[in-house]
Write a protein that binds this ligand. Structure first.
Ligand SMILES: [Zn+2]
Length: 94
């Protein structure tokens, strides 16, 4: 299984590519189904980054991430069920 550091390397590439989809391979299963979604305070542009693979449902979370322009971001002030897009219940790699 890929380590946290391997996930972090791919996260940084995906982050740098925003608003473009970097179309990177999952460090765990190799599928190009990685998703990066922020949940946070959109006025302050800071939030929690969820980065996961839709195929193997593994990923990482990064706290207090600056939310770049053009990122997929969900407003933390909305009720949980109204936040879109939905984030699946993926397993966090530590
Ligand atoms: Zn995967």
């Amino acid at each position: 299984m890929a380590t946290f550091d391997e996930w972090l390397d791919v996260y940084e590439e995906a982050y740098e590519a925003i608003p473009r989809d970097a179309d990177l391979a999952c460090p765990n299963c190799g599928h190009h189904t990685l998703r990066l979604v922020f949940t946070g305070d959109l006025d302050r542009a800071v939030g929690y980054a969820s980065f996961w693979c839709d195929t193997c449902l593994l990923g990482i979370g990064i706290s207090q991430a600056p939310i770049p322009d053009g990122a997929v971001a969900r407003d933390i002030h909305l009720p949980r069920e109204e936040r879109l897009p939905r984030i699946p219940n993926f397993r966090l790699v530590y």
